[in-house]
Design a protein around this ligand. Structure first.
Ligand code: AR6
Length: 184
């Protein structure tokens, strides 16, 4: 199962590269410096070009980067998406350092920014499950549950399409199992 609908919002799963998604915003799994890095962050900056980094630097000058669990929005440069929402996931450090709540905060703050900018569609990567080492199954449960709760709690959201772009087959399978278990 790779699709559910909650209210007017469709939640879709797919496997692929987030940089090619034609949506209003793609979400970047960034770090607090906002200056780029490896993984999906590196891929987004490489494909999107220097305009994204320039805007990240302006945000750094204004507010000194981005705290874990928070999100900021920039242009998407040359990408087919219109915006990039940069959020900073937690580094997994055993689970007793508020990692679960901080991961949920990433999804909520990204969705809030999307709504503030009246966006219709957004694509998420599997935040924190690469270099930051968050256990994939737990991250999938948190991601789907948090997004579902956000839509239920915001019946006036303009978001019609939320895509989880899984890069690896492991994550896609975990998301499919979880969406099935949600029984919507
Ligand atoms: N499209 C979609 N997903 C991708 C792509 C892509 N092009 N490339 C990788 N992924 P990671 P994190 C997946 O490591 O764990 C950076 O250096 C990947 O398979 O990108 O949050 C930042 O600057 C994994 O499932 O992000 C930070 O320092 C998921 O994206 C740090 O890594 C997240 O993996 C953030 O670590």
């Amino acid at each position: 199962m790779n699709h559910i609908q909650i209210g007017q919002t469709h939640i879709q799963l797919l496997q692929g590269d987030i940089t090619v998604q034609q949506v209003d915003a793609i979400v970047n799994a960034a770090n607090s410096s906002l200056l780029g890095g490896g993984g999906v962050d590196g891929a987004i900056h490489r494909a999107g070009g220097s305009a994204i980094l320039e805007e990240c630097q302006q945000i750094r000058n204004r507010q000194g980067g981005c705290a874990t669990g928070d999100a900021v929005i920039t242009t998407a440069g040359r990408l087919p998406a219109k915006h990039v929402i940069h959020t900073v996931g937690p580094v997994w450090n055993g689970g007793s350092n508020n990692e679960r709540q901080l991961l949920a905060d990433c999804y909520v703050h990204s969705l809030q920014l999307a709504d503030e900018h009246q966006l219709i569609s957004i694509a998420f990567p599997n935040i924190s499950t690469g270099i930051y080492d968050f256990p994939k199954k737990e991250a999938a449960i948190i991601a789907l549950q948090t997004v579902k709760e956000y839509i239920e709690q915001h019946p006036d959201t303009l978001l019609q399409q939320i895509i989880f772009v899984c890069y690896d087959a492991d994550n896609l399978t975990l998301y499919e199992q979880q969406i099935q278990a949600m029984n919507v």
